[in-house]
Design a protein around this ligand. Structure first.
Ligand code: FMN
Length: 399
């Protein structure tokens, strides 16, 4: 399908999600689509965006809105970045390279996951434009150090330390489907795989899918599921601010913490020389019951002031959600699942379409709201009445 036909058929992120559901085996779709335990945080991430009402301004002479911004010294054409997602290569051969190329072509940034199916170096060769790298803190600090040094050598422009994943959340769709440790696909699961022929044929080309950055590390195994267990065993649940300070020493460049929800943590991050925080609950995949990202944002942004760049992810599905996040103090947002749906449907062209949908929707939302540029978006765009207002004060009282 050419790009125009693709864009005609898939006019929103939800249309792509439905198509991805058809294309992918259930076990893979649910791995991405699902969240932890009751999935309450997962649902709230999206629902809380819808509760934020806009009060648009008229006669503002907007014309075509300017979506450009500067982020850590790089000019971007879109305030929507692609966040780190492990194992993107199970959707499309060399999925990370496809997604990174689409992001770079759209004038934005791709953040490679620690758990990508290609190495840091392979991504740098296949998509040499703007890239960030996401890392965890391992019990073996040498493993973290090694990845950080490789990311630096490969020209990654920023390092993201994910801090909300040191203990893995329980994702119950994965347990039900047998995406578990050890694998328990069963007859139904195997049949479901076999029935998704398009995906099967496409993935024949992709050999040896796994966490490529760990190749050669002690205890490395080759199958995806036991690698999940392997990574879980490697993560250090005693992660503390001392480790953040250690990483700050090690990494020469912008350092961001991903998974910050409490304003006090944002304050402490700034005191440790961190450059930015990503307000995130890991897309509802970790602590079920955690506050939605958009509700946590105002209090974090207030503490951050000019000291930290504040980004947000979780539940961003529309251009108007980007507008809402920017109105509450985010400089830009990241997307996780939406880019997976594009990748599953059409590889690089699918991710390009996802970013184009966000661009068009944001442009339209800004034009309809009277915002000519991103700096013109502020809190006055949101209705002052409940449920917008309680978000910040209530969180500020905690702790
Ligand atoms: C399939 C999948 C894999 C993910 N892998 C990682 C990862 O390796 N590292 C990480 O920090 N976050 C990971 N995340 C979380 C995303 O970076 C992001 O926080 C989340 O998806 C944002 O929410 P959204 O999917 O609603 O946009 C993953 C999310 C998904 C859906």
């Amino acid at each position: 399908m050419d790009c125009e036909a693709l864009a005609r058929r898939f006019y929103s992120i939800e249309t792509l999600r439905r198509a991805a559901r058809r294309v992918l085996p259930k076990v893979i779709f649910d791995f991405a689509d699902g969240g932890a335990e009751n999935e309450a945080t997962l649902r709230r991430n999206e629902a809380d965006f819808d509760r934020l009402e806009l009060v648009p301004r008229m006669c503002a002479g907007v014309g075509t809105p300017d979506l450009s911004l500067e982020l850590f010294g790089r000019q971007l054409r879109l305030p929507v970045l692609i966040g780190p997602t492990g194992l993107s290569g199970i959707l499309w051969p060399a999925g990370e390279i496809a997604a990174a190329r689409a992001a770079q072509a759209a004038g934005t940034i791709y953040c490679q996951s620690h758990g990508s199916t290609c190495t840091i170096e392979e991504l740098a060769a296949g998509a040499p434009g703007a890239r960030w790298f996401q890392v965890f803190l391992y019990r073996d600090r040498g493993l973290t150090r090694g990845m950080v040094e490789r990311a630096q050598a490969a020209g990654c422009e920023a390092l993201v330390l994910t801090v909300d994943n040191q203990v893995l959340g329980q994702r119950e769709r994965d347990l039900a489907n047998g995406f578990a440790i050890p694998p328990r696909l069963g007859v139904r699961g195997m049949l479901d795989m076999a029935l998704h022929l398009r995906w099967l044929v496409r993935m024949r080309a992709a050999r040896g899918i796994g966490f490529a950055n760990y190749r050669g590390a002690a205890g490395h195994a080759e199958d995806i599921v036991s690698l999940g267990a392997y990574v879980a065993r490697m993560l250090d649940p005693e992660l503390s601010w001392r480790d953040v300070a250690w990483l700050r020493e090690l990494w020469r460049g912008p350092l961001l913490l991903k998974g910050i929800l409490h304003p006090d943590d944002a304050r402490i991050a700034a005191e440790h020389g961190v450059d930015g925080v990503i307000v995130s609950n890991h897309g509802g995949r970790q602590l079920d019951g955690a506050v939605s990202s958009i509700r946590a944002l105002p209090a974090v942004a207030e503490v951050a002031g000019d000291r930290l760049v504040v980004l947000l992810d979780g539940g961003v599905r529309r251009g108007v959600d980007v507008l809402r996040a920017l109105a509450l103090g985010a400089r830009a947002v990241l997307i996780g699942r939406p880019h997976w749906w594009g990748l599953a449907v059409a590889g690089e062209a699918g991710v390009a379409l996802v970013l184009d949908i966000f661009r068009r929707e944001l442009e339209r939302a800004m034009a309809l709201s009277g915002c000519a540029s991103l700096p013109a978006i502020d809190r006055r765009l949101l209705a002052p009445s409940a449920p917008n207002e309680p978000a910040a004060p209530r969180l500020r009282l905690v702790g």
